[in-house]
Write a protein that binds this ligand. Structure first.
Ligand code: GLO
Ligand code: MG
Length: 348
């Protein structure tokens, strides 16, 4: 690794600028069009864009293959004009009436086949966008009640689907985004450990890795920086969705660092210390703005999350390693704990 400092590149998805609907209330802000959203990126300090397949091709299930390709090409030239790069593309496998019972693990063979075909179309879109990163958030791969499916069989179905997709396009890399619950009661691939286990069992382990979202790790009762460290050790951390989460409740997608600044610091630290970003990985966000936010200022959560990352990066880079090592050598972790707090608060 060279000594030069990593210059991080940031990304978010168009769904991160949204209308404020929640399960108990309707939208509270007018939508921004796709074109308006694309216009925001550079001004907010972002060069990477994350996509769902139908962010690129709305109504994808009713489009022919050539319509899908031509629509994707027009989005590609729009991105080129704005100097934007596609970081990831993900098939939205959780909204169709054909994925009510799950996608790759539905109890219906026809529905499982739909999920595979839809994923292949998504890979075609990624290909046109010159993007190798295909994200699988396995939203409905689980069940509300254990008795309705076989978990052992479900894992095999997910693995079979991964193998089919690896075979479909030899360039694509599959990034599994684990999440322990929501919308399902309990998911079959809840953590990065589960995802990496599947990667090694696939037909091309070098092309299967992970994307870790902070909130998802927290919802699993785990420490996000340790989850990242686990994937980094395996050289399988290919993207992140940084955000924050206030305890074990619904998936909040709060601005990065807004619930627990120390936990955010440790995520930046593990990324920085393990060379994340040096092979082109983006610092991805997956953050929701508060429902209370007026429309004209409903991108502040993106600005603040990026800035918090950079502020914490400065804290990581200016931590006195010598002092840190002295505390560790003396096994004075109380001293180290307080040193970190004072450093973060700027009270040293
Ligand atoms: C939901 C997920 C979701 C994914 C996105 C990309 O909890 O975090 O936002 O990240 O759909 O697949
Ligand atoms: Mg996410």
């Amino acid at each position: 690794m060279s000594n030069s400092l990593t210059e991080y590149r940031f990304s978010f998805g168009p769904w991160n600028i949204h209308e404020g609907a929640d399960p108990f209330g309707p939208p509270v802000r007018e939508s921004f069009s796709f074109d308006e959203k694309v216009d925001f990126y550079r001004n907010l300090g972002f060069v990477g864009i994350q996509f769902h397949d139908d962010d690129v091709v709305p109504d994808i299930d009713n489009k022919t293959h050539s319509e899908i390709i031509s629509q994707t090409r027009s989005v590609k030239s729009q991105l080129d004009n704005h100097g934007l790069v596609t970081e990831v593309v993900a098939p939205r496998l959780w909204e169709s009436p054909l994925t009510i019972d799950g996608a790759f693990t539905s109890n219906s063979a026809d529905e499982r086949q739909y999920a595979i075909e839809r994923s292949k179309r998504c890979i075609d879109i990624a290909n046109e966008l010159e993007c190798r990163n295909f994200v699988l958030w396995l939203a409905r791969e689980g069940t509300y009640i254990r008795e309705s499916k076989s978990s052992a069989e479900a894992v095999g179905q997910i693995l079979d689907a991964i193998n089919v997709l690896l075979d479909y396009n030899p360039e694509i890399r599959i990034l599994i985004e684990p999440k322990p619950n929501e919308p399902m009661d309990i998911a079959y691939i809840p953590t990065i450990g589960h995802a990496i286990g599947l990667a090694y069992r696939s037909t091309d382990p070098d092309r299967v890795g992970g994307l870790i979202e902070s909130a998802h790790a927290i919802l699993a009762g785990l420490e996000p920086s340790d989850e990242m460290g686990y994937a980094l050790h395996h050289k399988k951390l290919w993207s992140v969705h940084l955000n924050d989460q206030n305890g074990l409740k619904f998936d909040q997608d709060k601005a990065f660092g807004s619930a627990n600044i120390r936990r955010a610091f440790n995520q930046v630290r593990v990324l920085e210390e393990n060379g994340y970003g040096r092979n082109g990985e983006f610092v991805g966000l997956d953050v929701k703005v508060m429902r209370t936010q007026p429309r004209e200022i409903s991108t502040k959560h993106l600005l603040s999350s990026r800035k918090t990352f950079l502020n914490l990066l400065e804290k990581v880079r200016t931590l006195d390693k010598k002092i840190e090592q002295e505390y560790i050598a003396a096994r004075d972790y109380e001293g180290l704990d307080f040193y970190i707090l004072e450093h973060l608060l700027g009270t040293l």
